[in-house]
Design a protein around this ligand. Structure first.
Ligand SMILES: Cc1cc2nc3c(=O)[nH]c(=O)nc-3n(C[C@H](O)[C@H](O)[C@H](O)COP(=O)(O)OP(=O)(O)OC[C@H]3O[C@@H](n4cnc5c(N)ncnc54)[C@H](O)[C@@H]3O)c2cc1C
Length: 492
């Protein structure tokens, strides 16, 4: 029987990053991936705004930046679109808009305010989150430094941070801005991939959190996702990590509360004393570990962890180059957002809440010559039923027709959260392997009793987007989980 020091379940980007860190330390690592292609959900991503210093230093990598400019175009039905340019220093410039000068100024002021708060949060994003009751010196120090950083904002800003952190984005926008397009654009950014609407408490926190991990308010396409995936795959290969694709781990075998081996769908059993799971926490605990190895209260918490996916992916091929009505073609490198106002977002969110299909979903899309790739927001994951995919596609096409100059559609494909769940084995097909809300963040991610990448099973760790700092392409979850394993084994 084959034996490895560490088995990583899943070859998503976090699993691969964990494999890089462990193999660099001389561990014999095996990665088992369900699909042919590595990278997991990162294969859907159109934007990679930021690679943190922690990842660059740990993996010793250099990632090339995309040369094209990053424009954000907020589409408006009267075809008076707003175009923003985000330059390298994160300054935002209006290139065209029908918003008044005072709205533009207030919008930039709001962004600067959120930038300031996100910078304060950023220092906590890339570290292992502290546990309140652990008593360990490093955790106490981290909690102290969290408090100190917030205090250093000064009295006025600290009060403002504490005021907005639980607030909904709609309230803050309505207090400051009149333009519906700008309110829609910012609200959309605050609720992407979540089960929150613009009026849901915590939507500002979600915005700040994403801003902190992406180092940018609007996720932009600064780096090439494929090149990042290739780099980490090559490091794995260079460090002799064994990667087996098209194989699924069906069970984690446990002996006396210790990890012992994994059982694959091929019937193979592979021995190990340490496992890092890159699949989501619910799949890991409920399906791979199994209820019989966990206590009742822990199972209850696992089941209560919220993982309803809300994003569908649509790819459309047109006959000829895509042109947006009333928009200079030089602005086509970047993202297009259709979330025209707060009310529109709220209606789409309400349908999602009741597991209904919204006729008017929010859209974010990217174009490349005659190809269009869109994220369709508020398409709810359904239990025991399925969506009429043709209906979603025709809704999306009706929206696009308003903005795209006449062009023939050659083919279109849609993947709903249910499809994403089936393909990647991720509960609910959730963008972040679980909602990013106050009770599922920081030291409470995924939930109490399973934080800091550890689990109740000795030798089992979690590294997926279901751990701190959550979803998106950061690689931080992978690094922190690998370091936690090394620390427990005394090699940290
Ligand atoms: C439609 C969509 C668009 C997105 N766009 C962006 C974006 O533009 N920018 C951004 O930053 N983020 C984006 N995200 C979010 C981001 O892609 C994810 O949060 C991130 O990639 C999660 O990475 P991960 O490594 O933690 O998990 P995953 O990528 O989910 O990796 C888990 C891997 O484990 C494998 N697996 C699961 N179970 C098993 C098993 N039992 N045995 C073997 N293998 C298994 C899966 O096949 C998968 O490859 C998007 C997500 C979606 C769904």
């Amino acid at each position: 029987m084959k034996k490895f020091d560490v088995i990583i379940i899943g070859g998503g980007h976090n699993g691969l990053v964990a494999a890089c860190v462990l193999s660099k330390k001389g561990k014999k690592v095996l990665v088992i991936e369900k699909n042919e292609k590595l990278g997991g959900l990162a294969n859907y991503a159109e934007s990679l705004s930021y690679i943190s210093k922690e990842v660059i230093d740990e993996l010793n990598i250099k990632i090339e930046k995309n040369v094209s400019e990053n424009f954000i175009s907020a589409l408006s039905e009267d075809l008076n679109h707003t175009v923003l340019k985000i330059n390298d220093s994160k300054n935002i410039e209006f290139l065209q808009t029908s918003a008044s000068n005072s709205d533009q100024k207030n919008f930039i002021n709001l962004i600067n305010k959120y930038n300031l708060f996100a910078r304060t949060l950023r220092s906590f994003m890339f570290k292992r989150p502290p546990r309140v009751k652990s008593g360990s010196r490093s955790d106490i120090w981290q909690l102290f430094s969290m408090g100190f950083k917030v205090r250093r904002l000064g009295k006025k800003n600290m009060r403002e941070l504490l005021r907005v952190i639980g607030l909904n984005i709609a309230d803050d926008l309505e207090d400051n801005i009149e333009s519906n397009t700008l309110k829609g654009l910012m609200s959309n950014e605050a609720v992407i991939g979540t089960n929150l609407g613009a009026r849901s408490p915590g939507s500002i926190l979600n915005l700040l959190y994403n801003q902190a991990t992406n180092n940018s308010l609007f996720r932009i396409n600064k780096f090439n996702t494929n090149s990042f995936l290739n780099i980490i795959e090559n490091i794995c290969k260079k460090n002799n990590v064994e990667i087996q694709t098209n194989k699924t781990v069906e069970k984690i075998n446990i002996l006396n509360q210790n990890v012992n081996s994994v059982l694959l769908n091929t019937g193979e059993v592979i021995e190990t004393s340490a496992i890092i799971s890159n699949t989501d926490p619910k799949t890991t605990y409920l399906e791979l570990v199994g209820a019989s190895n966990l206590d009742t209260d822990f199972i209850r918490r696992t089941k209560n962890y919220r993982t309803k996916g809300t994003v569908a992916k649509v790819n459309i091929e047109f006959e000829s180059e895509i042109k947006i009505k009333n928009l200079d073609s030089s602005y086509s490198s970047g993202k297009f957002v259709y979330a025209p106002d707060i009310k529109y977002i709220e209606h789409a969110f309400n349908d999602n809440k009741y597991n209904k299909l919204s006729l008017n979903p929010c859209l974010e899309f990217y174009i490349n010559k005659n190809q269009l790739s869109a994220n369709v927001y508020f398409i709810p994951y359904l239990i025991n039923s399925s969506h009429d995919k043709e209906k979603i596609l025709s809704n999306v096409k009706l929206i696009l027709e308003k903005f795209i100059e006449e062009n023939q559609i050659i083919s279109s494909i849609i993947e709903t959260p249910n499809d994403i769940e089936n393909k990647y084995n991720i509960y609910g097909g959730h963008w972040s392997h679980g909602d990013m809300e106050i009770d599922q963040l920081l030291m409470m991610r995924p939930f109490y009793g399973s934080s800091q990448y550890s689990t109740p099973i000795n030798g089992l760790y979690l590294c997926s987007a279901g751990t701190h700092p959550g979803g998106g392409i950061t690689g931080i979850n992978g690094i922190n989980a690998a370091k936690q394993l090394l620390k427990v084994q005394g090699n940290g």
